[in-house]
Ligand binder design. Structure first.
Ligand code: AR6
Length: 341
């Protein structure tokens, strides 16, 4: 999955580069900056001293020293005032500049903290949105695995409105499921009784004829059935990509699926993806709920109202919101597994 939100201490991430939420002096501080300097050791501070500081919205790179990461990219986020002082543009620039440096140094994996969302006071839900927007834009054009590292549960917040909307949708749908089930039972009980069958004693000829017919029917049936083997998941995926006028790359990037997995699916007509992968493609292709169900069936799955994961996906599809990163934000907030590979 090219973009993943994880809960971790960024100093523990085994990636090519971690990003530091620094200040303009680049000489260390509190928060994640302090943690990174402590874990990297004094070599990091010595190298930072040679850099001559860094402007807000810009980024500079150093070695990782004692960290598991090879590089540290230091970026300086804006101090949040009231949101009307260009904070968003500066924060976007932090992510863009850091990603550009990571690319220049051929990093394949990069981990970001939520820049500016601590001491610098940027509201966490908005800080996360900026991070997701800029990183997902970048990933449309570039191959990289990017992690947004959330330090603790409290540090993570999707907007309260979205959270409560989804919570309400989950509640409603648990209830609906129950109501539908009751309705179904009432309907079944209301069916008219079946007409009694007329009986005639069967002769041996009747019996042989019946056996022959059954054998012929079974053969025909099997032939017919074999001829109508459904298109596979992979065939449906490729057909839909064509129908939507997308390129393969557009589709797998929007699905937050990496190129290697996509090639595997493309070249194996019988490939059976996991449920999150199948759903990620349905989201990327902006399929309706019915089409999504169809695509899932081809992979051997179904949407069910008995788990939150499915209901959250259904919520987004029913709202016509196919932004996989926003969906993953919500899934993360409800402690569900994320979409993608
Ligand atoms: N791993 C991942 N995330 C962390 C970690 C960690 N080990 N520690 C904190 N966070 P902050 P800022 C999260 O204050 O707002 C420094 O003094 C934290 O929960 O570190 O950009 C600098 O020198 C929060 O969500 O950075 C600057 O002076 C996020 O990292 C100033 O703070 C960023 O919080 C920069 O402030």
């Amino acid at each position: 999955m090219p973009l993943e939100i994880v809960r971790n201490d960024i100093t523990k991430m085994k990636v090519d580069a971690i990003v530091n939420a620094a200040n303009e002096s680049l000489l260390g501080g509190g928060g994640v900056d302090g943690a990174i300097h402590r874990a990297a050791g004094s070599g990091l501070l010595a190298e930072c001293r040679t850099l001559g500081g860094c402007k807000t919205g810009k980024a500079k790179i150093t070695g990782g020293y004692n960290l598991p990461a090879k590089y540290v990219i230091h970026t300086v986020g804006p101090i949040y005032n009231d949101g009307k002082h260009g904070e968003k543009v500066l924060l976007e620039s932090c992510y863009r500049e850091s990603l550009a440096l990571a690319k220049e140094y051929q990093c394949e994996t990069v981990a970001f903290p939520l820049i500016s969302s601590g001491v610098y006071g940027y509201p966490k839900d908005q800080a996360l949105k900026v991070a997701i927007d800029v990183i997902s834009d970048f990933l449309l054009e570039n191959e990289m695995m990017v992690y947004i590292v959330i330090f603790d549960k409290a540090a993570y917040k999707i907007s309260e409105k979205l959270f409560s909307d989804i919570a309400e949708y989950i509640d409603d749908n648990y209830v609906d499921e129950h109501t539908n089930y009751s309705r179904e039972r009432i309907r079944m009980n209301a069916l008219p009784p079946m007409a009694p069958r007329t009986r005639r004693k069967k002769t041996d000829d009747d019996f042989l004829e019946m056996c022959d017919c059954r054998a012929m029917l079974a053969e025909d049936d099997l032939d017919a059935k074999l001829k109508q083997i459904d298109e596979s998941f992979s065939q449906m995926l490729l057909r839909k990509i064509d129908e939507k006028g997308m390129t393969d790359a557009e589709c797998y990037k929007k699905a937050n699926i990496d190129r290697k997995l996509f090639s595997k699916i493309r070249s194996d007509v019988h490939y059976k993806p996991s449920k999150p992968t199948a759903l990620a493609f349905a989201i990327s292709l902006e399929l309706s709920l019915a089409e999504t169900e169809d695509m899932l069936r081809k992979a051997g799955f179904a949407l069910s109202h008995s788990n939150k994961f499915d209901i959250i996906i259904e919520y987004f599809i029913s709202k016509g919101n196919y932004n996989i990163f926003e969906i993953n934000e919500a899934l993360f907030a409800f402690d569900q597994s994320l979409l993608g590979a």
